[in-house]
Design a protein around this ligand. Sequence first.
Ligand code: SF4
Length: 271
Amino acid sequence: MRSMNTGKENTWCMGCGNFGIIAAAKKAITALHDEGVSLADIAITCGIGCHGKIFDYLNLSGVYGLHGRALATAQGIKLANPKLHVISFGGDGDSLGEGLEHTLFAAKRNIDITLILHNNGTYGLTTGQASPLSYTGYKGLSTPLGNVENPFNPITLLMEAGASFVARAYSAKIDHLSGLIQQAVRHKGFSFIEVLQPCVSYNNSYDLYNERCVMMDAIPFDEINARQLAKATEQIYLGIFKQELKPEYCEAIKVQDNPLQRAERLAMIIH
Ligand code: SF4
């Protein structure tokens, strides 16, 4: 297997949670490769933000998209070639601000893509403005007196939107995150992993997560239970909140006469 390192200079701040995410991603992709998944069959997309630099540091094909369009490009790649495993990396704004509609509709379609959300609760690249996931009271460049809005809960939001695999991880627990990424990529449908990712420069949440993060023993027995656990704050639960089998978008539209089906027919004729 070729190296996944690109040799590019890494400009993440020392101690940033993004280091844990890239380590887990490399470990997961190596394990998938050992199972027979070719690196040529994996495509990645990113948006703009500190998370997006992962594109420069991972030696995989893909598209470094516009802000908020990581999932739009991911869906285009998947529709053009449904055989690819498409992994999209998104930040707070990319996935739940500018790109919110793409996230909700990709989940609604249950298109077979994996979204890894780098949840650092701030806009780190632009020096710490409040994001859709900043906690109430967060003091940053755009909210010097404290954020008056409540953050989204990404887990319940994506469950409601229709994602068929929904999980939460913490960037400091690399083996756990790596295992979730492998399960998410193997899952047939839209898979979503919220990764709690401390931003040491503008939202250093290591102490909070080290104190409160707890692994769930099993997938919650129903959605009501899953929602309760996802919203808990005294303890922050990690693991899979939801996993179900339901029709996947590319498979579902194959039964209709559509550009995807015609492209596949043409490819068969050419071969
Ligand atoms: Fe990481 Fe925050 Fe630095 Fe960005 S600003 S690299 S998120 S620590």
